[in-house]
Design a protein around this ligand. Structure first.
Ligand code: KE4
Length: 426
């Protein structure tokens, strides 16, 4: 495989950009080797600067549910750009995107647009603290909600239930306000609410975990979080940055029938451009400046180009049969990968919810963060490179979600499964 231009660019990039990348996971450090530099995408495919073509299952980590360079997205962005790229003033598109989001996710009675999922989750925590007057927040080990200080926290050691920093530069004092529970483990949440009664502002959760690899919520898990938070004057925050408009037009809250107080969105609602959002019940959102005392702002919040792309994406997703098609393609891939691993006698467990899935290199079930940690990341790394050499571009980490889009065809899946059969046979 020709890689000279990517290697040259990576060398130049490393001189100017930490690790040569603008987001750590892109560096391939989790799987080894050097990342190809991507030049273009179309539909389910991307091409690198050396002309190598790949079927793409990263899909920019979720946003490209319509595939690359979808005509309706490109046209919307071109049309918007011709009218000006940013005004720092209200525009009609922001009202339309807020309306589309509210109609799809009724619990979001009011919506504030921001420019990333991190901003959405960071602000949702601030909002919960402002609304409840409580200072502590609960997150789950293995769940990721962006890189705000209070969320870069890992479980404390043993009895210490308060969090410890999961990144340099996060003061212990910040981390201690974050409590860490175990995903799909309701008693671990109940114990925190007993220990810190009256101090907890919210529980924030990925309603389908994507950032430890895909781990679906256990039966009753989300409903239990709803019961516990409601019973303790705490808010329930669904971080639907991945699942929003991904696992269904109404997101995971519609799929599982559990309604949070605040929802965070991102990725799909920007159509591949920088958009995040948070929203919830009107009486909660009325705490947000300029209506209320909680401050949050952003120069490019509601940017006209990003909003135009988001509107085009959501309108395309309203087409009948959209999610049945995504589910069918996702199921075809998951079943084929399972079969290929069995044939190759490789221990693997494929978790899937609709069009997001992860093949864990370990026996199942994989239903918790502890289960996830049994996965053989080195085996995944070897598989990743074998697939890359065969023109299949997977997430460069065992602990991420893979995505299919409306542009992925049955032929793409068959080509992928043929490559997987060869790669798994090693
Ligand atoms: P951003 O700030 O990266 O737009 O969103 C942060 C975020 C918040 N919540 C969830 C559930 C998320 O998955 C993310 C970001 N996801 C990662 C990949 N799993 C983005 C990829 C990256 O970090 O480069």
């Amino acid at each position: 495989m020709e890689t000279s231009r990517s290697r040259k660019l990576f060398s130049q990039a490393q001189a100017l950009i930490p690790g040569g990348v603008n987001s750590p996971v892109r560096s391939f450090r989790a799987v080894g080797g050097q990342p190809p530099f991507i030049q273009k995408g179309k539909g389910s495919r991307i091409w690198d600067v050396d002309g190598n073509q790949y079927i793409d299952y990263v899909c920019s980590w979720g946003p490209l549910i319509l595939g690359h360079a979808a005509p309706e997205i490109v046209a919307a962005v071109q049309q918007a750009a011709a009218l000006g790229t940013s005004f720092g003033a209200p525009t009609e598109g922001e009202v339309e995107l807020a309306r589309l989001i509210h109609e799809a996710v009724p619990s979001m009675e009011m919506v504030r647009l921001v420019s990333s999922g991190t901003e959405a989750a960071m602000t949702a925590l601030r909002l919960a603290r402002a609304y409840t007057g409580h200072s502590k927040v609960v997150k789950f080990a293995g769940c990721y909600h962006g890189h705000a200080d209070g969320l870069l926290v890992q479980a404390g050691s043993g009895a210490a239930t308060h969090g410890i920093p999961d990144s340099a530069g996060v003061p212990a004092a910040y981390a201690q306000e974050t409590l860490v529970a175990q995903y799909n483990d309701v008693p671990s949440v109940e114990r925190l609410f007993e220990t810190y009664a009256g101090q907890i502002a919210c529980v924030i959760v990925e309603p389908v975990a994507g950032n430890m690899g895909v781990v679906p919520p256990a039966q009753g898990f989300l409903a239990a979080l709803r019961r516990i938070t409601s019973g303790n004057n705490a808010l329930l925050i669904f971080d639907e940055v991945i699942t929003g408009f991904r696992v269904g037009y109404g997101g995971a809250q519609a799929l599982y029938g559990v309604t949070p107080d605040i929802t965070c969105l991102g990725k799909v609602i920007g159509g591949g451009l920088p958009v995040g959002a948070y929203g919830g019940r009107r009486n909660i959102m009325e705490v947000v400046a300029p209506l209320g005392p909680m401050y949050q702002a952003g120069t490019l919040s509601g940017n006209p180009l990003a909003v135009a792309a988001g509107i085009a994406a959501l309108k395309a997703l309203q087409q009948p049969g959209t999610y049945q098609k995504l589910d069918r393609i996702g199921a075809l891939l998951a079943a084929g990968l399972t079969e290929a691993a069995q044939e190759a006698n490789v221990p693997a467990t494929v978790n899937r919810v609709g069009s997001m899935l992860t093949a864990f290199f370990c026996p199942g079930p994989v239903a918790s963060y502890a289960d996830v940690q049994r996965a053989d990341a080195r085996a995944y790394g070897r598989y990743f490179h074998s697939m890359l050499e065969r023109g299949i571009y997977l997430a460069p980490s065992q602990f991420e979600a893979a995505f299919v889009s409306l542009a992925h065809t049955e032929e793409d899946i068959q080509q992928t499964l043929k490559a997987a059969q060869e790669a798994l046979k090693g």
